[in-house]
Design a protein around this ligand. Structure first.
Ligand SMILES: [Zn+2]
Length: 247
């Protein structure tokens, strides 16, 4: 079955909507991913994981929102950001269009931590304005999220951006990864002691934290770890989609 909404004809969409009202909306970013990963990493991952989940569950995938909220990456070349409110509006308008046609169960498949707050805002405004509940999930496996089981293969300390986990996922998904350029990160934050991480909030540019543009230790990444991570998160996400169908 063709799972990409944008490759269907209008009558095929009509047929789908008679049986099903779930659609996945991949949301990524266009931002630097260190010296070894491509700028479209998050957009690519959001789309590929969504297609794998769709394949398992028979639902449709809408076109990927490839630009995200990445102002903190703008000191690195190649990064492109929407403003907070623009991303909120893009999400609201895309969801409103899908809801208009009867896609009553939209799942935002997010691949970029920086998008979390704009997505939350959009979900709240959609709920207030239309009464429709839109869901959002993170497509990268997380120790406290979907694919938690798979994260046991991770050996690095810290991480979070173009790190061992993200690089392993990229290797498995066949993305452009230059392993010979991968570098281990040493925390460089000058303005606040790392022991206050997760306790104190402040706005930082990403290069204040890492001059190489990545964190964690991507040199530990392998395709095999990526396979375990991806299969684990796809399995968990597919389970969620099956549950959502019955709501
Ligand atoms: Zn990323």
């Amino acid at each position: 079955m063709e799972n990409r909404l944008y490759k269907l004809t209008r009558p095929e969409v009509e047929e789908y909507l008679k049986e099903n009202d779930v659609v996945l909306l991949p949301v990524g970013s266009t931002e630097q991913h260190g010296k070894h990963m491509a700028i479209d990493t998050d957009a690519y991952t959001a789309q590929e994981i969504s297609l794998m989940v769709a394949e398992k569950t028979g639902v449709l995938v809408a076109p990927t929102v490839s630009y995200g909220y990445s102002p903190h990456h703008m000191n690195f070349k190649g990064s492109v950001t929407l403003t907070f409110q623009t991303l909120v509006n893009v999400l609201k308008e895309v969801c409103a269009s899908l809801i208009h046609h009867g896609f009553n169960k939209i799942v935002v498949m997010n691949a970029h931590g920086g998008n979390t707050n704009p997505i939350k805002q959009a979900l709240k405004e959609i709920q207030d304005e239309t009464g429709k509940r839109v869901y959002s999930v993170m497509v990268y496996p997380m120790p406290d999220g979907f694919g938690a089981e798979g994260t046991s293969v991770i050996e690095q300390e810290g991480g979070g951006h173009a790190c061992e986990l993200e690089t392993s996922v990229g290797l498995y998904l066949g993305h452009r990864v230059l392993m010979d350029r991968a570098e281990k990160w040493t925390p460089e934050h000058t303005s606040i002691d790392p022991k206050y991480r997760r306790k104190v909030s402040a706005a930082y540019m990403y290069d204040e934290n890492t001059s190489i543009g990545s964190t964690g230790d991507p040199t530990l990444a392998t395709r095999e770890k990526g396979k375990i991570l991806v299969e684990s998160v796809v399995k968990d996400l597919a389970e969620f989609i099956e549950d959502l169908k019955t709501l």
